[in-house]
Design a protein around this ligand. Structure first.
Ligand code: BEZ
Length: 252
């Protein structure tokens, strides 16, 4: 298992990845937060979506692995804490646990789900969206192939990202005592606001970080050129091949 390192920069995220929270409206609608509910936002990032829960009148706590992101969330007035999602230490205190675009970074999902189950009150709900089976498939294959050729390491992205099918993730939730009310895989080709190099530097930072520093720029540049015919149009606009998994599960 790779050592977890904080690769996040709130400034770089703002430039290259603001769309991630902008696209959270769908999963927020599934959560349907109510005034007075106590809600944990797991992997709250810079808090851009967490504030929507507060605006609905919920009492919200955010957690994130990145201190830089937590600082951003705190600046928005959120009670945000640095925490590893694999080791949540809340005890039966939340009406709901919410998560957007974070669970795919947590590569030991059974530990995450067990911590969420422990954090929820009986009957509490777990509503989340993240990268599902086939997510950024072209980007993943390009990264994997260039990194293997240059370093010999096989499937580097597979050690950093968890992109399950609905069947796999449902089975994990049910094994932890959840009933899955709904779960879907949503194809979502997503325009990238900057370019593929910016996307890779921001959202694939932990994958690039697993490569010796002297090779990182070469990996990134070769991946960009491999992807250009598939993901960049004639005007230079890039689109990433996102695939989201979204679910609502309830604890007995
Ligand atoms: C995602 O949000 O789906 C994602 C983010 C970073 C890397 C890969 C996927």
């Amino acid at each position: 298992m790779p050592e977890q390192t904080d690769h996040w920069s709130a400034d770089r995220y703002e430039t290259n990845a603001r769309f991630v929270s902008d696209l959270g409206a769908g999963v927020l609608a599934w959560l349907n937060p109510q005034a007075g509910e106590r809600i944990l936002d797991l992997g709250c990032g810079d808090g851009a979506l967490t504030v929507r829960l507060s605006e609905a009148g919920a009492e919200v706590i955010g957690t994130d692995f990145s201190a830089d992101m937590v600082a951003g969330a705190t600046a928005l007035g959120i009670d945000a804490r640095v925490a590893d999602g694999h080791a949540l230490n809340f005890e039966h205190e939340f009406d709901a646990v919410f998560s957007n675009a974070a669970l795919h970074w947590m590569t030991r999902p059974d530990e995450v789900i067990a911590g969420v189950a422990r954090a929820l009150k009986p009957g509490g709900r777990f509503v989340a969206e993240f990268g599902g089976q086939g997510n950024v498939a072209a980007i993943r294959v390009a990264l994997s192939s260039v990194i293997e050729r240059l370093t010999g390491e096989k499937d580097a992205p597979g050690r950093i990202w968890y992109f399950p099918s609905c069947a796999e993730h449902s089975a994990r939730l049910e094994a932890a005592g959840f009933t899955v009310d709904r779960i879907v895989l949503i194809p979502r080709p997503t325009p990238i606001p900057s370019d593929m190099a910016g996307w890779l530097d921001t959202l694939a930072a932990p994958v690039l970080g697993s490569v010796p520093e002297a090779l990182r720029a070469q990996v990134r540049d070769e991946v960009v050129e491999l992807l250009r015919p598939a993901l960049c149009d004639a005007a230079g606009n890039w689109t990433a091949d996102y695939m989201r998994i979204r679910f609502e599960a309830r604890l007995a």
